[in-house]
Design a protein around this ligand. Sequence first.
Ligand code: PLP
Length: 412
Amino acid sequence: MICVNAVKAMDAADPLAYKRGEFQLPAGKIYLDGNSLGALPLSVIDRLQATVLEQWGDDLISSWNRHGWIDLPQRVGEKIAPLIGAATGQVICCDSISVNLFKLLATALHMRPGRSVILSVEGNFPTDLYMAQGLSTLLKEQTCQLQQVSESALLDSIDESVAVLLLSHVNFRSGAILAMQAITAAAHAAGALVIWDLAHSAGALAVELDARNIDFAVGCGYKYLNGGPGAPAFIYAARRHHSAIKQPLSGWMGHRNPFAFEPQYRPGEGVQQFMCGTPPILSLAALDAALDVLADTSIEQRRQKSLALGELFVDLVMQCELADALQLQSPTQAEQRGSQLAWSHPQAYGLCQAWIEHGVTADFREPDILRVGFSPLYTSFRDIYEAVERLRAVLASGTHLDPRWQQREKVT
Ligand SMILES: *Cc1c(COP(=O)(O)O)cnc(C)c1O
């Protein structure tokens, strides 16, 4: 039996425990949803204050030069690069994952003439599939079609018709990790490219993009990078592909010289040509400051702690009556999952809502998943203990069966 004293000892021995003080967290509440929206770093408050009041307020348009606003997408991209194992000049911070996937899918199809298939797996994040479907409608089936196969059939489905694989490194629902290196190698052997979605990896797991010979990747600014709601996403494009980039959202910020105001589009160099319109400076400034919070921690430390938090959660569930109520839908081997756990339960939505009322925030994912995320920078082992105790209280009292939970909110 794991007792509360053992959990306190884990916190006392945690080398990342001090990081919690760098975040604003609601008193008395436990936040297990940092995989969906990262918590607010205190330094972001000061940075936004300065950006709004001093830069926008006082320096107005001169801030584009004076405060380097114009280069912020590149600078933030360079700050993200070491987190994903990328050398300089290959990452830029812009737009959303969805929009960035559109640019990359179009580029990949262009790089593989005669091949029309975008290959993905069932259960991939819907926006990835939707963007591929939209591009297919635009380009017509003969030049672009989405094929979805089961994970177990993936490798056997890569043939000469496949232009590009579109895959999430960590599954958003189950947390299962795909074998990035082996799949990329198999795709390359068949002449196909791969786009990796790192939404649930960047900041939480080691991702060695350069070392694994990855082609393209996208990732999220508002999950483990704590950039705030709607923070811009990022694009990685391996340097060897830069001369082949051809993306259709050819806005002026991707132009070689936006302020020449030429009538004809000429792409900028390297990843700059993935820019489209004017960058969202407030959001970029927030993300820029948030990234500094990660700087004095290593990915090994973060990964080790998030694995330990997840394992504690599993162990605490398994030693009590929750073991009969909840079914683990994530891989049982900790190393095979990201920084989250998925539990199925017939009343998962009610369970999640009642848990939130008991001060523990997690989220619900269709059809019956209670999803629990572990952010190693601000989640304590005591949080996990307390969260499981409160979940036991919810189930024992039956508050998850409240008819109020029949109606779902817009965001679950
Ligand atoms: C969160 C998430 C996204 C978000 O996409 P946006 O277009 O930035 O909203 C995309 N893919 C995956 C796998 C995600 O988890």
